[in-house]
Ligand binder design. Structure first.
Ligand SMILES: C[S@@+](CC[C@H](N)C(=O)[O-])C[C@H]1O[C@@H](n2cnc3c(N)ncnc32)[C@H](O)[C@@H]1O
Length: 209
């Protein structure tokens, strides 16, 4: 396992009882994580200083409980990449910080290739990997079936000052898009895929925005 150890704006402060206490820049969150099976907190006092907690409901789902006035969104930086964070339903923040090791790996592969690299990012979500590949000098085709997630990815690209770099945003079902690319004989040097356990296609016709 590779550890994402170069973060300054993100850290896991403590973990216990199926929950983790995290710092996202200056905001502290408690979020559920079923992999945390041990009971004892290392730093019990730290858990009192929290800005929001995601509580699961016994009826399924859950919601955020805010302890103080809370920003609608804020930014975290990883090296020279900037991401916009928002609290979402189902405990999400719009970023998976553990992916930073993969971003570093992609950046080094692209930079070391010493030739133009075309990346296809499938299930691309809010664009963590797209931002990293653009930053490294690749051209990126970013595909996700959620228009909201693609808009969020655009915000991350702009916040990272990469808006003038070559990226194509596609709101479409991955299978439909890939089949079209195969028919068009479009080729890529690298394909990134991080599919969810349950896929969700698009109901309307596909569109590039
Ligand atoms: C787990 S997230 C990917 C996380 C991302 N790789 C990252 O590290 O930031 C899954 C994404 O897949 C998208 N998605 C789910 N089913 C899809 C489908 N059939 N076609 C395209 N996108 C899909 C969702 O909208 C969501 O944004």
């Amino acid at each position: 396992m590779n550890i994402a150890k170069d973060w300054k704006d993100y850290e896991i402060i403590d973990m216990a009882n199926g929950e983790k206490l995290e710092r996202w820049k200056n905001i502290r969150l408690i979020r559920p994580d079923p992999q945390i099976i041990w009971k004892d907190k290392l730093f019990p006092r730290q858990w009192e200083k929290v800005n929001a907690t995601y509580k699961r409901s016994s009826k399924g789902g859950g919601g955020w409980i805010y302890k103080s006035k809370f920003p609608e969104n804020w930014q975290v930086k990883y090296k020279e990449l900037t991401f916009n964070i928002k609290l979402m339903g189902f405990k999400h923040t719009g970023l998976f910080p553990e992916q930073a090791v993969n971003w570093d790996w992609m950046i080094s592969k692209i930079k070391n290739a010493k030739r133009p690299i075309k990346v296809l990012n499938l299930f691309a979500y809010t664009g963590g990997a797209s931002v990293a590949c653009l930053y490294a000098g690749a051209s990126v085709c970013h595909v996700d079936s959620s228009k909201g997630m693609v808009s969020w990815a655009k915000e991350n690209v702009t916040s990272s000052k990469l808006q003038d770099k070559p990226i194509r945003y596609i709101v479409d079902d991955v299978v439909k898009f890939v089949n079209r690319e195969i028919r068009r004989e479009n080729k890529y040097d690298a394909i990134i895929m991080d599919p969810p356990s349950y896929g969700r296609g698009i109901s309307r016709r596909s569109m590039a925005i």
